[in-house]
Design a binder for this molecule. Structure first.
Ligand SMILES: Cc1cc2nc3c(=O)[nH]c(=O)nc-3n(C[C@H](O)[C@H](O)[C@H](O)COP(=O)(O)OP(=O)(O)OC[C@H]3O[C@@H](n4cnc5c(N)ncnc54)[C@H](O)[C@@H]3O)c2cc1C
Length: 393
């Protein structure tokens, strides 16, 4: 049950970011109500690739994001024991151009603090026999496989145990207060259709790719560029490590083993509406064409499922594909634009959910005059099953 007194924060959005924020604020002794319009992690979080990034993918062109990823990669392994296959990742070089990229990638990883180990062709094939036999070598990095839903659910479970009030199937349809001052949210309970208001000292917009629409309710402009990508799940575990192509990030150049499936991804384009989640046939074909360059068996494997999800990238509308936008994150205190009581967290990766929450909770705590420091770097999270047990109880 939520605590009886003290400042209260309303979090809009039950993805990984909102869950990690509920956990951080609850640990600081702040009352939290989190509302999510569908089920928890039903947005982008529960539909992502399931790759705990080492940061190597971003090291050359997006070093800020690379540092965020390796920092959080290490913290998450510590606070979520058992949530990751400790399988590592390979960046596979298929020819001279990929080797040219290695000459930039290795020093960039070093500069970001990402450990690497060069493997000869034979060493790589011994680890992953189904790799393209034409490979010339591979770089081993601390990527890993995670469960896109269960890992974030551990944040919700721990927040719940620490008194957070988590309300799935509760959609925000408006913000309350007066122009220039947000004092809460107006919601619809999707089970009963009942409309009601929830008051808060601060409302945090953690609605990911839907962040712009929540911002609009408060009269502020949130620079979120929703950028979908397609994922293709193939029957069979074609690799045991995360397999990436050693080149500038592109389409279909990652294969993530997930239980008995292999997920090939992804593509990138931009949309106005994050619910506009098409799965273009040519993107599916591109996943197969590019993925089979890494692992030829991708070409003949049976497709089990295809889907898409939208990244909440930071950037003004009008980006061309989304690939040019950074994967870093930002927290906006809209008081700087004349709207008190509203904060937005946007951008980032599933891997950086905790760091995004820490940044936001620091802003929120400062605004509320709460001096409790962040403790989420050291606090080991409850298992995801604790969430279901607590709800059932
Ligand atoms: C194809 C693809 C693959 C990816 N793969 C990876 C990967 O392998 N590893 C990785 O680290 N990252 C990956 N990412 C990035 C990662 O998925 C996102 O950065 C992360 O999931 C965003 O989480 P979030 O909580 O900010 O947003 P979301 O998970 O989208 O959460 C926002 C929530 O807000 C809710 N909401 C919206 N409007 C309202 C409203 N009016 N009222 C109440 N609730 C509302 C939504 O329903 C949603 O659940 C991938 C992204 C894509 C698109």
């Amino acid at each position: 049950m939520e605590r009886a007194s003290g400042p209260r924060v309303v979090i809009v959005g039950g993805g990984g970011t909102g869950g990690a924020l509920a956990h951080d604020l609850a640990l600081r002794g702040i009352r939290v109500v989190l509302v999510e319009r569908h089920g928890l992690t039903s947005g982008t979080t529960g539909r992502h690739h399931g790759l705990l990034h080492s940061g190597a993918r971003y090291a050359v062109n997006d070093p800020e994001s690379a540092v965020e990823c390796i920092t959080e990669n290490r913290i998450l392994r510590r606070i979520c024991p058992g949530s990751f296959e400790e399988n590592d990742g390979l960046f596979v070089a298929l020819g001279d151009e990929d080797l040219d990229w290695r000459d930039r990638l290795v020093p960039a990883c070093e500069a970001s603090g990402i450990p690497t180990r060069w493997l000869t062709r034979l060493e790589a094939l011994r680890l992953e026999p189904l790799l393209n036999p034409r490979l010339v070598g591979a770089l081993q990095v601390p990527d890993a496989t995670m469960d896109a839903m269960r890992m974030p659910l551990r944040f919700f479970a721990t927040a719940l145990a620490n008194g957070a009030d988590i309300r799935p199937y509760t959609e925000v349809v408006g913000l309350t207060g007066s122009p220039g001052c947000v004092t809460g949210v107006r919601v619809v309970d999707r089970a009963t259709g009942r409309q009601y208001e929830i008051g808060g000292d601060i409302v945090v917009n953690a609605a990911g790719p839907w962040g712009e629409s929540i911002g609009r309710m408060g009269g502020v402009d949130v620079p979120v560029q929703p950028s979908p990508g397609v994922l293709v799940a193939l029957r069979g575990r074609l690799c045991n490590m995360v397999v990436n192509r050693m080149h500038k990030s592109g389409d279909g150049d990652i294969v993530v083993p997930q239980r008995a499936l292999s997920i090939v991804g992804t593509s990138s384009w931009v949309v106005e509406d994050p619910d506009d989640l098409a799965v273009p046939e040519d993107h599916v074909q591109r996943m197969i064409d590019e993925g089979s360059k890494l692992i030829p068996a991708v070409r003949t494997a049976t497709i089990r499922a295809t889907w898409s999800a939208a990244r909440p990238l930071i950037g003004e509308r009008g980006a061309s594909t989304g690939r040019e936008l950074s994967r870093t994150f930002k927290c906006y205190d809209h008081a700087t634009e004349g709207v008190e009581g509203l904060v937005t967290i946007s951008g980032g990766k599933g891997t950086t959910l905790r760091g995004m929450a820490e940044l936001t909770a620091d802003v929120v705590a400062h605004k509320l005059g709460v001096e409790e420091p962040c403790r989420t770097r050291e606090t080991v999270l409850l298992p995801h099953t604790a969430f279901h047990h607590a709800r059932a109880a």
